[in-house]
Each structure stands twice: as C-alpha cells, then as structure tokens.
Design a protein around this ligand. Structure first.
Ligand SMILES: [Zn+2]
Length: 344
C-alpha cells in the first residue's frame, strides 16, 4: 500500500468548538492538536472505534485517519456524498467492490426519528434525527413492524455506522438489499481470557436471549433489588457510561415497559474482543470512560431506568468488538458457564 491516494475535499464541521485530532479512535485517547471549524482534511483511511452520536454530520463508529497519523471522528467531518474512504489496511479495490449505499431522508414530520442499536424500539437509542435528515442506507433488516408516514413495514434500515431506523419513516428512491444474517452465535469465536465473575453475585439470570417471543432481546435479565452493586464481569476498560432513553424521559427515574432505551448503562471492553453491557442502573455508573476496572469491581447499582418494568440488570456479552452490534451479541448463559462464572 502507500500508493493509495488520500481523500481530500473533506472539512471539519464543528461550529461551536475546535475538533480534537487524537492519538486513537476514541475520545479518551490523547488530543494531539485541535482543528477549527472548516479546516481542510486529508484522510488516508478509516478505522472502527468509539461510536459517536453527538456529531453534526452523522452517527458513526468510524474514525478518519489523517495523513499525519492522527484520528478524528467521522461524525464531525463533512465531505461530498458518495465518497468512500477505504478501511485502513484494506486495498482500494476491495473498498470499491462494496455495494453502494441507498440514499434517503427522514420523513417523520414534527417528531425526530430515533436511530437504534437494533431493528426494534426496545433496543438502545443512539440519536434523534430531525425531519429531512439525509440518510445513507447500507441494507435492511426485519424487525418490529411499524406504521409510519411512508409505509407500514417490519423492515429497518441499517445506516452507515451500524445504527437502525424504521423504514416506515424513510423517504428513499431505491430499494436497499437485505442485510446478511448475523453469524449464528454457535460460530462466534470465544476469545475471552482472564478471570470472569458474576456481575450480580447471589442472583440468577433467567434464560431470555433471543427467544421466539422476543427475538431482539440481545441479553439476559437478572432480577434483583434497587441498589444491589453491579460488578464488572472481567477486567477491562470502560468504554461508555451513558443514559439511553426515549426523548422526554429521564434515566434518574423509574422506567416502564412503555419507555424505550436501556436507561443508565455501562459498557466494558475486555481482552480478546469481548464486550459486556450492563443496563437499567438506578443512577449513572460509578466509573468513567477510559477507566480500567478489575473483575468484580463495582461499576454501578441495580435500578429500573429505561425500558424496564421491575428492578433488574440487563446483561449482554458481545464478541468481535469493538463495536458492539446486535449481530455480535451472544447468549451470556453458556458463555459465563464456560468461564467459571455461571449466572443462571
Ligand atoms: Zn433485558
């Protein structure tokens, strides 16, 4: 490689404050310099890193590697529609062979359209896109049926960056292809290392991973009491400490089955490409993004924030991360049993 031409014509879109160019693809890596709004960028390639949902241009986990080796979140980069940036370490010919995205736009009227972690309203909410927001649709997945402004459908559009929106509220010219089915959990490589412990010692999970009646449930639920300490299932680095809830609600109050989102949650990255997610905490987790935690360290307390009808911990295990996505969630029950920390 090296003969690959850099992508030019891209500019920083950060009107309120300068954009940080960082040493790595996450906000907790060192800021090497700051780039004012409108700065022209020379982008060599993209890597997958921390999901950024606060940028003005797009919701994405892609970070652009600049020609000087620093990284900026692609959420803050404006560039011409249809320009494909190759993945770092990938030949240009491979990038060109991918199916082009289908353009579309949000058609939701006065209420912004929510982007989510999976094809259902019960999954994690990432961002709210106002009516008219342009969309770049990679493919479609079947999920919860929704009646919207454009159509009644169970199809959800997966956007560049991996988030989903209901196709019921999307105005588009073409028909995106169906997303390839996620790899079956049995085929997922189990590369976990180190010591594993129950996130909620003394309490048991009920089986509930992707049941026939709840196919989008990407974890298991451990019923407990408000205030019970939640522990890191293994050593790792805290990736996210986030309030994920439907607009108009608060994570600092008891949720309900009719409120969307996983409430206060913490996500931890472990060795071997394994991530764990802990939802519905009673208040903000007691750890910070970028912090190292040991197996068994308290990271927050049980609550019922978000889409929850009783105090419990919703616990997810993902492989091949980052990033976490619905397709790389595995059933936590056999995984934890295999690592000496049975939870059900
Ligand atoms: Zn759950």
């Amino acid at each position: 490689m090296g003969a690959q031409a850099a992508t030019t014509g891209a500019t920083v879109a950060s009107p309120k404050r300068p954009l940080n160019a960082r040493a790595g693809a996450a906000v907790w890596t060192t800021s090497l310099r700051t780039l004012p709004d409108g700065t022209a960028l020379s982008i060599d390639c993209q890597v997958t890193g921390q999901l950024i949902d606060q940028g003005p241009v797009r919701v994405t986990d892609k970070w652009d590697r600049l020609s000087d080796g620093s990284y900026v979140s692609d959420a803050w980069v404006r560039r011409a529609q249809g320009v494909q940036i190759p993945a770092c370490g990938q030949a240009t010919t491979q990038a060109a062979a991918t199916t082009p995205a289908t353009p579309g736009a949000v058609a939701s009227g006065a209420i912004p359209l929510k982007t989510r972690g999976g094809p259902a309203r019960s999954t994690i909410q990432y961002a709210s896109l106002p009516n008219g927001t342009p969309l770049s649709i990679d493919c479609q997945a079947r999920g919860e049926a929704i009646t919207g402004t454009m159509r009644t459908t169970d199809l959800w559009d997966r956007l560049a960056g991996g988030a989903y929106v209901s196709d019921a509220y999307v105005n588009r010219a073409g028909t995106p292809p169906l997303c390839a089915a996620p790899a079956p959990p049995a085929a997922a490589p189990d590369t976990a290392t180190g010591k594993w412990v129950s996130p909620l010692p003394g309490f048991s999970a009920r089986p509930g991973f992707r049941t026939p009646t709840n196919p989008n449930h990407a974890g298991v639920d451990i019923m407990s009491f408000v205030g019970t300490p939640i522990r890191a299932a293994s050593a790792g680095t805290v990736l996210e400490v986030v309030c994920n809830i439907e607009a108009g609600h608060s994570c600092d109050q008891t949720g309900s089955a009719s409120v969307g989102g996983c409430g206060w949650y913490v996500k931890i990255q472990h060795a071997g490409g394994i991530s764990t997610l802990y939802c519905h905490m009673v208040r903000r987790g007691t750890v910070q993004p970028g912090q190292h935690v040991e197996a068994g360290q308290v990271i927050g307390y049980v609550g019922s924030s978000g889409n929850s009808s009783a105090p419990h911990l919703h616990f997810e295990v993902h492989v091949n991360t980052p990033p976490t996505a619905p397709g790389n969630a595995i059933d936590p029950l056999p995984f934890m049993r295999a690592h000496g920390a049975p939870i059900g």
